[in-house]
Design a protein around this ligand. Structure first.
Ligand SMILES: Nc1ncnc2c1ncn2[C@@H]1O[C@H](COP(=O)(O)OP(=O)(O)OP(=O)(O)O)[C@@H](O)[C@H]1O
Length: 455
């Protein structure tokens, strides 16, 4: 393996890497950095935690230092917290350049963002929805001259999942110059990306790690077979065991819904475990605050939905627990990739019910790894079963007495209105009929009326 100099990077960047403990390039960096410096488009597929971020940040900074202007580079990423993490890497590595960056994500003040964009930052890191909003509503900034477009977690941005970025991406791409370098990175590349490889212009460089397995060797992948009703008792038992055995530990628990995330957080707190949550029903500021507290080890347990499955880089995470078995192997790969990063060891434990066994088989098939059973003293689990289930029920009742479900409905409706789906909105709205709701109907009607008038 060479060093960063031999990849074509300048002294100041190599020095900057050293200061951060980045001495030797990882394979994805070793292969992609020279191709990007040559001016080629690049598709990089490498395992979680293998340093893909620096693989694009370093060559962009090198090129920026040769011809500095703004806006030089646009990075798009599917989640808000990931946008902050990427911007941080640019800021730290690009410090000697006096790098100016701008983060454009939903849930934050649009006016402040517009002002920052108008100051022509070198690098813009954005989630597609909010950047498309700015493109539609503002003419105070231009991306006509950007040199680099980067899609991080590219498969997620391009797939048509529950959050479909297609429309926003089209809008953004329309404002970019055709002559640019396009870089796509992910730990999981889909067929669409494989197709893209064959049709892309600009002689794209494609790099995929040659390893047979899709997860890292340092990750010990386990499962526990459990009936649905005993799952929470296993969870409490596992956490208790980790607490007893390790001083310096932190755990991410993934679950399938925001509500479940909330209930599990309340339940684990009842057992005095330092727990905090992260899901899309929380306000953006609260999400950042919780993530910061988890990173700082103020709370050792983070319960999250898949909003935290991709990209988050928190070195202290030693254990990932899947409270539900992910329906897609790809989601499993990203979730368990929150531990065992950058050569460290880690454990993942997936709670599997009898109905999920086929999901485990397809995970094993895709990752080319066999999950092994995690040994548990069942007697100990059964001792706490009743107490855990009663506590969970109490938490469910407590949550039902709050406006959690109502908030969820309001969020859903806001989304429908933003997407311009009036009929659907009406049918959802008419079921509830509170004052706040009729207000949002009026607002929507007003907006469409004005739109029609202006037409
Ligand atoms: N050459 C290197 N040597 C040592 N550590 C590195 C090197 N390059 C990056 N790192 C560190 O490795 C960690 C993981 O990097 P990064 O977040 O870029 O992974 P990733 O490949 O993007 O993972 P994911 O697919 O989960 O997003 C970071 O903390 C980063 O600082």
């Amino acid at each position: 393996m060479g060093d960063f100099h031999s990849l074509g990077l300048s002294d100041w960047l190599v020095k900057q890497c050293k200061q951060l403990g980045i001495d030797k390039p990882t394979p994805v960096q070793e292969n992609c950095v020279p191709a990007i410096l040559e001016g080629r488009d690049c598709l990089g597929c490498a395992k979680t935690g293998s340093g893909k971020t620096a693989a694009f940040v370093l060559p962009v900074l090198q090129k920026l230092s040769e011809d500095p202007y703004g806006i030089f580079c646009l990075v798009l990423t599917p989640t808000r917290s990931l946008a902050y993490q990427i911007a941080e890497q640019f800021r730290v590595l690009g410090k000697p350049l006096g790098l100016k960056d701008c983060i454009v994500v939903g849930g934050m003040d649009m006016v402040t963002q517009a002002l920052e964009l108008s100051k022509q930052p070198h690098v813009v890191v954005a989630t597609p929805g909010r950047l498309a909003d700015h493109v539609r509503s503002s003419n105070t900034f231009s991306m006509r001259k950007i040199k680099f477009l980067i899609l991080d977690e590219a498969d997620r941005l391009l797939e048509q999942g529950c959050t479909d970025f297609t429309k926003d991406l089209e809008e953004i791409l329309g404002t970019l110059p055709a002559k640019r370098q396009t870089l796509l990175f992910s730990a999981t590349l889909t067929d669409t990306l494989q197709e893209l490889k064959s049709i892309a212009m600009n002689k794209p460089f494609f790099w995929e790690s040659t390893s047979e397995t899709r997860t890292v060797e340092e990750l010990d992948q386990r499962y526990i077979l459990t009936p649905e009703k005993v799952k929470d008792a296993y969870l409490v038992h596992l956490i208790q065991t980790f607490t007893d055995k390790h001083d310096d530990w932190s755990i991410i628990i993934f679950t399938n819904t925001c509500k479940n995330c909330q209930i599990l957080t309340m339940m684990l707190r009842e057992f005095n475990f330092p727990t905090i949550s992260l899901h899309s029903m929380m306000k953006q500021r609260q999400r950042f605050a919780n993530l910061a507290k988890f990173k700082a080890s103020v709370y050792k347990i983070l319960i999250a939905t898949d909003v935290a499955a991709r990209g988050l880089d928190i070195p202290t995470v030693q254990v990932v627990i899947n409270h539900n078995t992910p329906g897609l192997p790809k989601i499993y790969i990203h979730r368990v990739g929150r531990t065992a990063r950058a050569g460290r060891n880690g454990v993942s434990i997936t709670l599997v019910t009898q109905y999920d066994i086929h999901l485990v088989h397809s995970i094993e098939e895709q990752t080319k790894t066999k999950l092994t059973e995690y040994p548990v003293e069942e007697k100990e689990v059964h001792k706490i079963l009743t107490q855990v289930n009663v506590t969970r029920r109490e938490c469910e009742i407590r949550l039902e007495s709050t406006d959690f479900d109502e908030k969820k409905e309001i969020n859903k409706r806001k989304q429908l209105i933003l997407e311009g789906k009036p009929y659907l909105c009406f049918s959802v709205l008419s079921q509830i009929g509170s004052q706040r709701l009729s207000l949002s109907v009026k607002l929507y009607l007003n907006m469409t009326e004005q739109k029609q008038k202006s037409l």
